[in-house]
Design a protein. Structure first.
Length: 309
């Protein structure tokens, strides 16, 4: 009987783990996804021409709908002259104060001549996005890179913007509640000084007194040869210090690995954590020529308050 009971418990544990992985179908080609639910519909925004958008009526079966931008806002070229036509990176979509806010970035690969922009709408389904203009930019004279934005709401309901890629690492700055643009100084929250600066894509969620910072490290965008991994740390303050499970400060290269990929899914990253219980990211499918695809999991938490899935 004890052996049988042990087997039942093992199988139950496996079922829970397998259930946490969402079985997705349809068009799931994405890079750097951000997800939002509105009514019974789900939307995923991702890197691509004009910001690519997928829609699902159940969260698992996806189809492509029209992109956000059909033409470039006038300020794009002035901010990033070398940016390719309608090439938009790593959008982040969230609802705050009765509106939907869509942050995004424009840049060129390997350069920190970059900019973060903002669009807004009353609802995703209705569309009619309004260009809110430039939010933040970086030039070659800065030691940071203004891409990979994420809107973060702190425990008091105040908005912040996390961002950053390579250079001196990940940053966060408080936003004005009305303009949703920066006010105050930029704080550093994570860096990899001994690893070529390879950290980007911050995503922060608040849970039970802690802010949890998720990030992507190492190299993306190389198909099955990508070495992207997702890491995390936590802090009692939104501006840090963030430490991993071993107590290592993420400003000193810390970060506990959440997902380093597997035989099929290579280089997982570009993650977005939603409501503290769902995590989306892309990974490169080794069974399909290394094409990047959408992955979604329930985000679970252990007895000590650390994330897992």
């Amino acid at each position: 009987m004890p052996a049988l009971l042990a087997l039942v418990l093992v199988l139950a544990g496996q079922s829970k783990a397998l259930a946490a992985f969402w079985n997705l179908t349809g068009d799931i080609a994405v890079h750097d996804p951000s997800i939002i639910k509105e009514g019974n519909s789900w939307y995923t925004f991702s890197t691509g021409p004009g910001i690519q958008v997928l829609k699902s009526d159940n969260g698992t079966s996806w189809y492509r709908v029209p992109q956000i931008f059909l033409s470039e806002p006038s300020w794009w070229n002035a901010a990033v002259p070398a940016q390719a036509n309608l090439d938009v990176w790593a959008p982040d979509v969230q609802r705050y104060n009765g509106k939907v806010w869509l942050y995004y970035s424009i840049s060129t690969f390997g350069s920190n001549r970059s900019a973060i922009g903002l669009a807004s709408a009353n609802s995703v389904g209705a569309g009619q996005w309004k260009d809110e203009g430039l939010v933040l930019q970086s030039t070659t004279s800065n030691n940071y890179n203004a891409i990979d934005p994420e809107l973060v709401i702190d425990a008091s309901g105040n908005p912040w913007l996390a961002f950053g890629s390579f250079w001196s690492g990940l940053k966060i700055v408080k936003l004005d509640k009305n303009t949703m643009k920066p006010t105050g100084s930029i704080s550093s929250i994570a860096a990899r000084p001994n690893n070529g600066g390879a950290i980007e894509a911050p995503s922060i969620t608040y849970r039970n007194g802690y802010y949890y910072l998720f990030a992507s490290i190492d190299s993306c965008c190389k198909g099955v040869n990508s070495t992207y991994k997702m890491v995390y740390g936590r802090s009692t303050s939104i501006t840090g210090p963030y430490v991993d499970k071993n107590g290592v400060n993420m400003m000193n290269g810390g970060g506990t690995i959440l997902d380093a990929g597997n035989v099929r899914w290579k280089g997982p990253g570009g993650q977005d954590v939603v409501n503290g219980n769902i995590i989306v990211r892309h990974a490169y499918d080794a069974t399909d020529n290394g094409n990047p695809k959408l992955l979604i999991n329930d985000l679970l938490w252990d007895a000590n308050g650390w994330p897992t899935y």
